[in-house]
Design a protein around this ligand. Structure first.
Ligand SMILES: [Zn+2]
Length: 309
């Protein structure tokens, strides 16, 4: 497989307060991991700036404007219980939107088979009208709509294996029969949504809650019995991964017991489905993952798998 790596130094300019888990060190760790010679064959691309037009497919104009107006000239502004804006936050968030849309373009133009977007801030908690959970714009949702609008794809599947439920992505696609959103996550845990009975207007939302202490076997079972068959039946034209690595046993924000090989396994399963339905088209983007060692090992396993197929 030919794999794109999307990166940009702007992701280091979104600053959070001391002690905040979603911190600059995360992206520095990911970049350092992917600079190892074993990743020499990655095709590296700088993330372009995303456009308002792209964002407007998922968030209203008033939401973008309110975020822009809240960007401080110095220091930090808190916009939700755990979400902050710094002077560089809008630039970072716009490059995250542009980066994942560019990944879609590269895959659709067959310049690469698949892509990993090493970006922050994450996006899957951002609802249509609400920033929350460290997230500003829902990059993966915007990219799904970009694949449909700009490249004429019909059905998009998103697998979100971040340990937190992707409430924002679920909110955006709740009544969209052409986007399948599948999430495994710990429950109960922030943000509180993600019950089995949340299925969307057209049955295209599929949640697989896990319990604190569950390990890789429970994770694999949830995917094998619940999420992967849904994706198989949906026959997607492209598959996105909201790749959060905070289900890793080392992570301080949650209590699942996964190891990096579990993410490797899940990545391989998604690639099998992408091979079957959509010419291997997979676009993965970083969501959570807050223990630097766990994050590094998990990203290593995930991207190695994307490259090998
Ligand atoms: Zn998370």
């Amino acid at each position: 497989m030919t794999t794109a790596l999307i990166h940009h130094s702007a992701f280091e300019d979104h600053i959070t307060p001391p002690g905040h888990p979603e911190r600059v060190d995360r992206i520095l760790t990911v970049n350092q991991t992917l600079n190892h010679e074993k990743f020499h064959d990655l095709n590296r691309y700088e993330a372009p700036l995303g456009s308002h037009e792209q964002i407007l497919t998922c968030h209203p104009q008033g939401y973008i404007q309110a975020l822009e107006e809240n960007i401080p000239e110095a220091a930090l502004v808190q916009i939700d219980g755990d979400t902050y804006l710094s002077p560089g936050s809008m630039e970072a968030a716009l490059h995250a939107v542009g980066g994942i849309c560019h990944a879609v373009d590269l895959v659709m133009e067959e310049k690469v088979d698949n892509a990993f977007c090493a970006m922050r801030p994450p996006g899957h908690h951002a609802e249509k009208k609400n920033a929350m959970g460290f997230c500003l714009f829902n990059s993966v949702a915007i990219a799904a709509r970009h694949a449909q609008k700009q490249h004429g794809l019909d059905r998009i599947a998103i697998l979100d294996f971040d340990v937190h439920h992707g409430n924002g992505t679920q909110d955006i696609f709740w009544d969209d029969e052409n986007v399948l959103f599948c999430s495994s996550h710990q429950m109960p845990l922030f943000p509180g949504s993600g019950h089995l009975n949340e299925e969307g207007e057209y049955g295209t939302i599929c949640n697989a809650p896990l319990r604190a202490g569950d390990d890789g076997n429970a994770f694999k079972q949830a995917l094998l019995e619940r999420l992967l068959p849904k994706i198989n039946n949906f026959s997607p034209d492209m598959i996105f991964i909201s790749a959060g690595f905070d289900a890793h046993h080392l992570d301080p924000l949650a209590n699942l017991d996964l190891v990096e090989n579990d993410f490797q396994w899940a990545t391989g399963k998604i690639m099998e489905l992408a091979g079957k339905f959509c010419n291997n088209r997979v676009v993965s983007t970083l969501e959570g993952g807050y223990d630097l060692e766990g994050l590094s090992k998990s990203v290593n396993a995930h991207v190695t798998t994307l490259m090998k197929g």
